[in-house]
Design a protein around this ligand. Structure first.
Ligand SMILES: NC(=O)c1ccc[n+]([C@@H]2O[C@H](COP(=O)([O-])OP(=O)(O)OC[C@H]3O[C@@H](n4cnc5c(N)ncnc54)[C@H](OP(=O)(O)O)[C@@H]3O)[C@@H](O)[C@H]2O)c1
Length: 87
């Protein structure tokens, strides 16, 4: 099973990508600030998922949390850094 990590998976494009990758049999790491939205998303996905809080504006802490997630998943095939805001 391939593995993908999506940073910014709680809404919008990141959430939609998570559902598409799950349909394509990916094991997923789902990260964002709104963990409760990641938990709701997790319930919609049948492949293995890992969820974690991250705020990418807190750089040292975010680096540590992302590294920890990659270790928990045993490596990655794909990483999508989607977090952002539009004005
Ligand atoms: N939609 C468009 O037409 C469009 C066009 C061009 C580019 N983009 C870019 O594509 C990306 C996604 O857009 P979207 O429309 O899907 O936006 P969205 O629905 O607002 O999703 C943004 C995602 O980024 C996460 N995020 C924001 N700030 C974060 C932070 N400090 N730390 C961690 N996660 C953070 C949000 O999660 P939390 O709030 O839970 O942390 C959410 O999961 C953005 O970078 C946007 O600028 C979008």
């Amino acid at each position: 099973m391939k593995k993908a990590l999506i940073i910014g998976a709680s809404s919008g494009i990141g959430r939609a990508l998570a559902l598409t990758l799950a349909k394509n049999e990916y094991e997923l790491g789902l990260m964002a600030r709104r963990v409760e939205m990641l938990e709701t998303l997790q319930e919609e996905i049948s492949t293995p998922t890992h969820i974690g809080h991250v705020d990418i504006s807190q750089i040292p802490d975010a680096n540590e949390k992302v590294q920890k997630m990659i270790q928990e998943m045993g490596g990655l095939d794909l990483m999508i850094i989607n977090s952002g805001v539009g004005f």
